[in-house]
Design a protein. Structure first.
Length: 134
């Protein structure tokens, strides 16, 4: 998703899918109508966008979505627009860093709040680079 974004028309028969599946789909789709998802992670120019809240309640879901979204980076940087991210806990930041590190790259958190940059520095998460919003 980060390296080869695409657009598609999505339609699902909610009667055929369980709640966990629907929530998982809503987390990786920018226009999830009528579904409650704690966060949304989706392809956006020039990389990915992350919005909502990333915390303990959605930790497993976030790790799974991130694994699918970030493919092999091979030393590259992928921008993640976080302007609309309202909250991320330490576990969420560590998950981002682990994914970037495991794919031999760097995730650039663009438009982050200053507290995110400070947390990344304090935790020594070198696979993340934070560009704080003005």
């Amino acid at each position: 998703m980060a390296r080869r974004p695409f657009s598609a028309l999505c339609a699902y028969d909610r009667a055929q899918l369980d709640t966990d599946t629907l929530t998982g789909l809503a987390c990786v789709h920018p226009l999830a109508h009528g579904l409650r998802a704690p966060f949304q992670l989706f392809a956006d120019d020039p990389g990915l966008a992350l919005r909502g809240e990333v915390d303990l309640a959605g930790a497993q879901l976030f790790a799974k979505a991130l694994q699918h979204a970030v493919g092999p980076l091979d030393g590259a940087e992928v921008v993640v627009d976080v302007h609309e991210l309202t909250f991320i806990d330490v576990r969420g930041l560590a998950t981002l860093a682990r994914q970037a590190h495991s794919q031999a790259g760097v995730l650039v958190l663009r438009g982050a709040r200053a507290v995110v940059g400070r947390a990344v520095d304090l935790l020594g998460l070198t696979a993340l680079r934070v560009e704080v919003r003005p």
